[in-house]
Each structure stands twice: as C-alpha cells, then as structure tokens.
Design a binder for this molecule. Structure first.
Ligand SMILES: Cc1ncc(COP(=O)(O)O)c(C=O)c1O
Length: 369
C-alpha cells in the first residue's frame, strides 16, 4: 500500500530542524530564551485564570490595545493603532502566515545567510526560490550593496531581514531598512526584530505604514518577556497587509493562557527592562573574559554570541551538556562553521558557563571537571 502523496513542494523540502526535546533540566543557553522566566505578575495572572476560561474558546479583546500601549510606552509619541497589530501563535506562526499569504509558487525570497532557520523551509513549502546573500568579511557585516542590487534587479516577492541577525548579531541601521523598503514597493520587506530590545535597533519608531505599506515588523514575547512556552508573537504593519496575513490563520490559533500572560507581560515593562539590563551586564562581563582569554569570538547585537573553540565543537557541546549546559553548534552554517552559539543570560549564568567551558577547553580529554 502506498500512502497519499503530499504536495510536491512538501515532499521535496527539509523541515525546520532544531533539538527540541529534553531541555528542561539544563542551563539553556541554546535558544536565546529568557533564562529566568516571566514576571511574577504573569505567573500570578495565569494562576488566577478561572475554570470557564479553559472551557470556552479564547477571546482576544484588549490584547492588540495592550500591544499598542506597550509600544507607545517604549516609544513615546509613536503613531500606531490596533489594526496595525497582528496576533500570532509565536513569531514562527507569523512567518508561516506571511509566506502562506505572499509566497507565490516560483517567486523569490531574498534574505541573508546565515540567518534564522525557519525562513527557508517556509519558502520551500510555497515552492519559492531562495536567494540568500552571505554576510561580509571578518565582521559579518550586512551585505548592503548586494541586497540592494538584487532587490532592484530581481523584484523578489519577499525580503526577510533579521535585525539584529540570529546567529551573527549583525545590526542594520533603521534608515537603511527604510531605504530598502522604499526602493522596492512591490516587495514585502519583513524585519524580524526578535532581538532588537537588547540594542534598540528597531525600524518601528521611524516607520510610516501608510507611506511605506510594504514594511512589516515582527516582535515576540519569547526572548525578553519569558513567554516562549506559551507562544505569542506580533506582526506590525499596514492594516490592510495585517488583515491579509490574518486571513490564513485559524480563528483561535492563540490560546487563552497566552492571551492572559501576554497582557500581564505587556503591562510589566519594568520587569522586561530589568531583565534586559541584566543581560547587557552579563554581555559586558563575558566579552571581557573572551578578550582576556584570546578566545576567537563574535559578539554584536542580540542576547547571544559565537565562539570558535580550539577543540572539536561537537565534543565541546557534548561536554557542556554533561555538565548541565546546553549551547547550539553552528555546524553546516556558512561562514560560521565550527562555531558555537551561546545565549546570554544573567552574569551568574555566564560565570557558570565560562568556568565549565574554560575547564573543558584546557583539559586534554574533555573530562568532566
Ligand atoms: C530570529 C527569530 N525569529 C523568530 C523566532 C521565533 O520566535 P517565536 O518564539 O516567537 O516563535 C526566533 C526564535 O528563535 C528567532 O530567533
């Protein structure tokens, strides 16, 4: 018996691959999540959810408004309204929906490489072609001229820029992104800003979704607010574009727990701010160690950095795991082959990482220290 065949695009694609299971009891420096968890006010709000909120379908009233209020608190004077906010079951779901909405078969996705690993499978499931321009030089700089030239020459359907980029941390100035979007009105320019809060690189404060309707910004509560497990993310853009993208989602894709947690998290920006400043202190601390020790590394935007260990990266990874620490090997990623990406948590977590990592690097057989 032969099973029913999927669409040929699905049959021929490789799905997003990440080690997803068995992470809970480790110091998780592998997915750039908030390493402390959400605000106690979020936990309290979740505990108080009445039983009938579980029995009935979710209601979304107030969540878009809470996103607007939060964005305006962070960016005083920001002109934005709730119709310009799309709600999704994590930014992954927003990315999937954008491809589903705009990804014509045979059209092109323009992006960079190496970058976040979910854009390419989404393009392939639509039957799109992927043009991925490599970051440039030792510093892994943004390939500005090549992106600009390809954009005006090829008119891709979608341009995805992760800013700051995961995993290289590469940052692009907001005015450059505006220039790209203005130069290509037929291309939907998606700026994935999951890590912008750590360096303030957002294109949002200067975005005008009426005059630049082809610009969409992605934000999530996974990395700073600590809600990765509840799955909640936002697309911000022209109201018509947001409405189109929402058409391809299910009516109740975001669950009630995520709604309650998101509203509580958005109201407690002080918690997020203090987590960010904790991470920035830890970043400064780990940078000093890397420099003092002469460890080859690359550290820029975001809550993560790359290191090139002297020993085989996969054995370093497994030795760290044996010591209770998860990191993410970058094997197979162009330009950063043999590196390991390490998420930045608190200074005390970085001290733990550094102590174990240095011992492993300096031990002849990777013995457990
Ligand atoms: C650049 C980037 N975009 C999107 C996502 C997915 O975010 P979410 O957890 O909101 O689905 C991630 C998660 O690692 C990411 O690094």
């Amino acid at each position: 018996m032969t099973e029913p065949k999927p669409r040929s695009e699905v049959e021929n694609m490789t799905g997003y691959q990440a080690p997803l299971e068995g992470r809970r009891n480790f110091l998780r420096l592998d997915f750039n999540e908030n390493t402390l968890g959400p605000s106690p006010k979020v936990v309290d709000a979740l505990r108080k959810i009445p039983v009938n909120h579980i029995a009935i379908y979710p209601e979304y009233d107030g969540l878009r408004e809470a996103v607007v209020a939060n964005l305006q608190k962070i960016n005083p004077g920001l002109q934005i309204n709730s119709e310009q906010i799309g709600l999704f079951n994590g930014v992954d779901a927003a990315i999937h929906a954008i491809f589903h909405t705009y990804g014509d078969k045979g059209s092109q996705l323009l992006t960079t490489t190496p970058t976040f690993g979910y854009y390419t499978p989404c393009a392939h499931m639509q039957g799109m072609e992927v043009c991925a321009i490599p970051y440039e030089g030792e510093n892994l700089s943004f390939p500005w001229e090549k992106i600009q030239a390809t954009l005006t020459r090829e008119h891709p359907k979608l341009l995805f820029i992760c800013n700051p980029n995961n995993p290289t941390g590469t940052r692009v100035a907001a005015n450059k992104l505006q220039t790209l979007a203005k130069a290509a009105p037929k291309t939907l320019v998606v700026v994935d800003e999951l890590y912008e809060a750590f360096t303030g690189d957002s294109v949002l404060p200067t975005a005008n979704f009426n005059t630049t309707p082809n610009l969409v910004i992605l934000r999530s509560l996974a990395k700073t607010a600590g809600l990765a497990g509840l799955r909640i993310g936002f697309a911000i853009g022209n109201s018509k574009i947001i409405e189109f993208i929402n058409r391809v989602t299910g009516p109740y894709d975001i669950n009630s727990f995520a709604v309650t947690a998101a509203i509580a998290a958005l109201e407690d920006q002080d918690y997020v701010d203090s987590y960010i400043s904790e991470v920035l202190n830890a970043k400064e601390w780990i940078t000093k160690q890397l420099v003092a020790n002469g460890t080859r590394h690359h550290i820029d935007g975001g809550n993560y950095f790359l290191i090139w260990p002297e020993k085989e990266p996969s054995s370093i990874e497994s030795s760290l795991r044996k010591n209770g620490i998860l990191v993410r090997g970058m094997t197979g990623k162009p330009l950063i082959e043999r590196s390991i990406r390490v998420s930045i948590g608190t200074t005390s977590q970085m001290k733990t990482f550094w102590q174990v990592f240095s011992t492993i690097e300096n031990t002849s057989n990777h013995a457990v220290p």
